[in-house]
Design a protein around this ligand. Structure first.
Ligand SMILES: [Zn+2]
Length: 282
């Protein structure tokens, strides 16, 4: 079973086994292991009130947290993933796509559009970890690129919320090319003098981290998110050294200057709004 089939999502509780959480009324916090009442978690934006752990939520949850009510308009809904390589591992890629679509109700691992944060218009892209681990294939790369281009065209700021295990292996080199495409387009945004705020949620890793997620003018992270490029075992074997404790967390990245600010979910909108006030004059 691939790692992304076994994930547990706060917002919709996908992947949770019924016997663990009867009727979906209760959720187990991955931070402290306590069983928490779902309604209480919902009120707290799926942050555990006992330990502050941020349970994973969906792209639509982030959109409703960030955007002024009724302001978000989804765009680029006409692009669908295909199977250019005829790829098959334990299952054909086409079956994986269909399963992911049925499970998440999404067509791909990112939702794009325009919205407003405290009346400031933004181009917004939000990734969704439920969809094949938030992996980036051609469609995700294209939708992110279009979001950047939309910001340039409309002269508005760009906000991207990332949640990803990296490039999607089932599309091979076509996925890797999205790293160059998105990073290159961001150069044009910079030339246009428009701000880009990158929000890193748990987890943001590999090809997504190594392209647009790490290129924000301001990099915001949720507390205790797993951030990084390769997994710890690979790094350890490559460099032949012991790795410092907690080195792939938001807190470690903040300490070493990679992340600018760690923001709990409840303050995410206010923080981005304040940042846009500094960086964007309209
Ligand atoms: Zn907890």
């Amino acid at each position: 079973m691939p790692w992304y089939d076994n994930i547990r999502i706060g917002g919709f509780n996908k992947g949770a086994k019924k016997k663990d959480i009867p009727d979906g009324l209760w959720l187990k916090c991955n931070g402290c292991g306590e069983i928490v009442y779902r309604k209480e978690l919902e009120k707290n934006l799926f942050v555990c009130s006992k330990c502050g752990y941020h349970l994973r939520i969906t792209s639509w949850d982030y959109i409703s947290i960030l955007c002024d009510e009724g302001s978000f308009q989804e765009l680029d809904t006409e692009i669908f993933p295909e199977d250019p390589l005829g790829f098959r591992d334990s299952k054909p890629y086409t079956v994986r796509l269909k399963n992911a679509q049925a499970k998440s109700g999404l067509t791909e691992a990112v939702i794009c559009g325009i919205g407003e944060i405290d009346k400031v218009p933004i181009s917004l892209a939000v990734m969704d970890f439920r969809f094949i681990g938030g992996s980036m294939g051609s469609v995700v790369g294209e939708k992110i690129t279009r979001s950047i281009e939309r910001a340039i065209e409309k002269k508005i700021p760009l906000v991207i919320v990332s949640a990803s295990g990296g490039a999607r292996m089932q599309e091979g080199i076509l996925s890797l090319m999205q790293m160059v495409k998105t990073a290159g387009t961001l150069t044009r945004l910079k030339e246009a003098g428009l701000p880009y705020i990158s929000v890193l949620t748990n987890p943001t890793t590999a090809g997504v981290m190594a392209s647009y997620a790490s290129l924000g003018d301001v990099i915001v992270a949720e507390p205790k998110a797993l951030l990084g490029f390769a997994g710890p075992r690979v790094i350890q074997q490559t460099i032949g050294e012991e790795l410092p404790k907690g080195f792939q967390s938001s807190e470690f990245f903040l300490e070493h200057g990679f992340v600018d600010v760690i923001v709990p979910r409840g303050k995410l909108k206010k923080t981005i709004s304040t940042l846009l006030g500094y960086l964007y004059s309209g």
